[in-house]
Design a binder for this molecule. Structure first.
Ligand SMILES: Cc1cc2nc3c(=O)[nH]c(=O)nc-3n(C[C@H](O)[C@H](O)[C@H](O)COP(=O)(O)OP(=O)(O)OC[C@H]3O[C@@H](n4cnc5c(N)ncnc54)[C@H](O)[C@@H]3O)c2cc1C
Length: 460
């Protein structure tokens, strides 16, 4: 079969927000309970948690951040203490692993939260319920999911399109599906890389190639173009029929490249599975990430549905400005009793380098941590001196961010909370390497949930 190539479409296919935006220049100031700065997972969780406590919430964001680049699955605390050959079934559950991580890495946000870490499972369940169309409910144990290169990543939550390929759950052979002639995904490489996991309780794997995207230009089609092509009427069904014919004996599930539709409503996974007659999933994604964009789009939709006032544009705070003051957000003036800073790190722009590493909105001190020892001074060292040669070693630069107390309040240079109604959430908080230590989006979920709840309830 030849699937038609869709017309070129920019990534802005995933609009920041079609409606409900702030009303622009000259309008009366928005007066609200909570202002959230940042529209990634941390900001969205904060806004939704505050809304669930009946607070009025304005969320301002100038662009998608790291959340839209993520694989789409939520890492919270992988078991990094297990021996490599240890069976998947005996790996630590997420909360136990998070507690162990907090005990061994005092600079990590999980450690800074103290007893707040106990809310991790509650926060993950809240995220899954808020994004129920997108995320599968927590299963009570970690998920073991393949990247598009066959590396295995531990996730606490994953999109519904991913869980059928959880290595700990597939009973039988996992068919790794590629598109013949497409250069972006090598099914044999992935199946081969996953093979050693059989000895740890994972499935047997076999590569299967489908004659789906065979025309010359489709061999280079970008992930979101493939995702859109599969959404077209009949395309997913045809993929399922081809898969059904190519399946190896004993196949229990099939895992595709991470292009199973841009929107859950297109039901690409369900349509392929129905035609093939077995559960179907997609791998985690590299950048650019269709599941990451799907996650970002789902957050936007949920924020609107929950009654959060969305403002597109940058938040600018006058020097010395604090919660309760009027601030500029996009084209609006906004006055909020509490603020949640969820501005991300280097991708989102919550931490930038201007000579030294700085937090540009409020001028909060930035801490970089070396070998577990917090030291604000590191932030003013040359960036090159904050990386080490071995990529797998801890990279101080990548863990730079603001410090918080147990109530999620950012600390000033003296180590005291800057303001009783200023909270921080997500990657702007330092002490963890968001893209590498397996806790990135999990920190966003937990700190967003706690910061939003605290902001909604903050007296004053
Ligand atoms: C390539 C990559 C892949 C990753 N993959 C994974 C993964 O698979 N699993 C995982 O768990 N984690 C992953 N991570 C980490 C994870 O994506 C981040 O930790 C997480 O997305 C951070 O969320 P956040 O909401 O704190 O920040 P972001 O998602 O970066 O959002 C920051 C927001 O703040 C806004 N903002 C900043 N300043 C202002 C301002 N002044 N005014 C208005 N808006 C502002 C930005 O526009 C943006 O909307 C990955 C990270 C990267 C970079």
């Amino acid at each position: 079969m030849t699937v038609r190539r869709p017309a070129r479409q920019p990534l802005s296919t995933f609009p920041l927000s079609p409606r409900g935006e702030g009303r622009g220049e000259g309008a009366a100031p928005l007066v609200t309970d909570v202002l959230v700065v940042g529209g990634g997972l941390a900001g969205a969780m904060a806004a939704l948690a505050a809304r669930s406590r009946s607070a009025r919430v304005v969320l301002a964001r100038r662009a998608p951040g790291a959340t839209a680049l993520s694989s789409g699955a939520i890492g919270a605390a992988p078991d990094t203490w297990c021996a490599p050959a240890e069976p998947l079934a005996s790996r630590l559950d997420t909360l136990t692993a998070a507690r162990r991580l907090a005990a061994s890495r005092p600079e990590h946000p999980y450690a800074a939260l103290g007893p707040g870490l106990d809310a991790l499972e509650e926060a993950l369940a809240f995220a899954a319920a808020e994004l129920a169309d997108l995320l599968a409910p927590p299963s009570g144990r970690p998920l073991f999911l393949s990247t598009p290169y066959g590396a295995v990543v531990t996730a606490a939550l994953a999109q519904r399109t991913m869980v059928a390929a959880d290595l700990a759950a597939v009973r039988g052979t996992l068919a790794v599906v590629g598109f013949r002639g497409h250069l972006g995904f090598d099914a044999r490489l992935v199946a081969g890389a996953l093979a050693p996991w059989e000895a740890r309780g994972g499935p047997r794997t076999t590569a299967v190639e489908l004659d789906l995207f065979m025309r010359g230009d489709l061999a280079l089609a970008r992930p979101h173009e493939l995702a859109r092509a599969l959404e077209a009427p009949g395309a997913a069904e045809e993929a399922g029929r081809l898969l059904g014919r190519a399946l190896p004996a004993g196949a229990a599930a099939a895992v595709f490249p991470p292009v199973l539709g841009r929107a859950p409503a297109a039901r690409v996974m369900e349509r392929i599975a129905g035609a093939a007659g077995l559960p179907v999933a997609e791998t985690l994604s590299d950048v650019p990430s269709v599941p990451g964009l799907r996650l970002q789009a789902a957050l936007e939709a949920r924020l609107l549905a929950a009654g959060v006032e969305l403002v597109s544009g940058e938040v600018a705070v006058e020097r010395g400005g604090r919660p309760g003051d009027e601030v500029r957000a996009g084209g609006r003036e906004v006055r909020a009793r509490s603020w949640v800073l969820a501005s991300g790190r280097f991708v989102g722009g919550g931490i930038v380098r201007r000579g030294a590493l700085v937090e540009p909105l409020l001028g909060l001190p930035v801490q970089a941590t070396e070998a577990g020892a917090p030291d604000g001074e590191l932030a003013s060292r040359p960036a090159a001196s904050l990386t080490v040669r071995a990529r797998r070693a801890a990279q101080p630069l990548l863990a730079a961010g603001v410090r918080i107390d147990r109530q999620l309040r950012p600390l000033d240079a003296s180590g005291a909370p800057l303001h009783p109604r200023l909270f921080a959430a997500g990657a702007v908080i330092g002490g963890h390497e968001v893209a590498a230590d397996g806790t990135g989006l999990g920190v966003g979920v937990l700190t967003g949930y706690l910061a939003g709840s605290a902001a909604a309830g903050a007296p004053g």
